[in-house]
Write a protein that binds this ligand. Sequence first.
Ligand code: HEC
Length: 133
Amino acid sequence: MIELALRQSLRCLAVAGFLFGGMVGSCAAWADDASAGASVFKTECSECHSVKEGRNKKGPSLFGIVGRSAGTISDYSYSDALRQAHWVWTADKLHSYLSQPAKQANPGTKMKYEGLSDPKQLDDLISYLSTIH
Ligand code: HEC
């Protein structure tokens, strides 16, 4: 764990050194967010979702979800609500869907998930998901 953090910081330092010193802070913050998001994913989502390409569980694979059109994994059987959704999963859209999936964002969805109310956890989770491509 420490070794990994060290390696990430070294990589960040190399990039930051190349650009300018002020980047160090944001690099470190970025690394933290994505790894904190990975653990949010594990506790909140992994029961029903995998991030492996082509791997559907109760819910569809979330490989490349940021930037993907809603309801478009061809071998997954979506609810009508999601199949008829015409949007792209941007960070903002994920934010509102994941905070209250069934209530406002997508009435009729079969994603049985209460929602994640902590905005910091949501941000970390979405940073993590945007690294999966
Ligand atoms: C209890 C199981 C369950 C949990 C927990 C769950 N989901 Fe889902 N998720 C589903 C199901 C089922 C669907 C399909 C919904 C539909 O067809 O209406 C889905 C759909 C989605 C979609 C739409 C995918 C697409 O292809 O359009 C996204 C995005 C998503 N989930 C993200 C998440 C994230 C991120 C978490 C964790 C915060 C999470 N889900 C937690 C079951 C779950």
